[in-house]
Design a protein around this ligand. Sequence first.
Ligand SMILES: Nc1ncnc2c1ncn2[C@@H]1O[C@H](COP(=O)(O)OP(=O)(O)OP(=O)(O)O)[C@@H](O)[C@H]1O
Ligand SMILES: [Mg+2]
Length: 269
Amino acid sequence: MSLAALSHPEQAVAIEVRGVSRTFTTAGADVPALRDVSLTVAEGEFVSLIGPSGCGKSTLLRMLAGLDQPDRGTVSVEGDKVAAPSLSRGILFQDHRLLPWLTVEQNVDLGLHKSGLTTQQRQQRVSDLIALVGLAGFERAFPYQLSGGMSQRAAIARSLAPQPRVLLLDEPLGALDSLTRSKLQTELLRIWKHERITMLMVTHDVEEAVFLSDRVVVMEPRPGRIADIVDIPLPKPRHRGDPAFVDIKLRLLTSLEVETDPPANIVEH
Ligand SMILES: Nc1ncnc2c1ncn2[C@@H]1O[C@H](COP(=O)(O)OP(=O)(O)OP(=O)(O)O)[C@@H](O)[C@H]1O
Ligand SMILES: [Mg+2]
């Protein structure tokens, strides 16, 4: 079992995953997705999860969001065992999942319906968030009128609306072209600093992980286990050409290559 300790022991714990295993049964066969995974993320930390396809990254995020439950072990956020979805935990997917019949501001406002804010406060929060993600002027646009990058900006604003303390990101920039992607990485960094929330992000892009993260967790192929945890002590914003940046990127790439043995066999019943 690998235990991902906090980089600074005095920091408060935001996310705690303890001894988590999960096996799915599909068409009579057992598919072990996660085996004995333990991970601790400090409040305000930015941690990335990388690993081969099918190693259980999304499964782990879904558990943290309260959308799935472990067979064994526990998943806690801010000291509370996760049993169901909560507005204190935002989740952002690769596809923006905006409601096509609502405008940008209406989509962002959706996250505020249980906020207890007055109409005026809600309008202010929506307009602040739209400005924060760089979409001022597009409040009344519908999703079909936005580019992929703009839609994902709107989705980020929507996920931040209920003021989550933890944001779970599952390949949030994975569908974007490389130019838009690196622009949004910088935006995500700015938002993380501004909002001071804990972020746990799944990505397949090692450079993205090094650019954004305080630590990177490398997972093994199915059944997913933690193979390595790499601290990134470089100050942010980081420069991709910086030799220390390149060294860490290479270390992660090597670590990923080592971890790409064929996945464990599916057990037929
Ligand atoms: N709801 C489900 N029912 C059955 N099997 C599932 C379910 N969710 C995930 N799995 C299986 O669990 C394993 C891990 O899936 P998961 O989606 O967590 O992988 P991942 O690491 O996010 O992969 P990718 O990088 O391709 O997104 C896979 O073998 C997948 O088929
Ligand atoms: Mg996934």
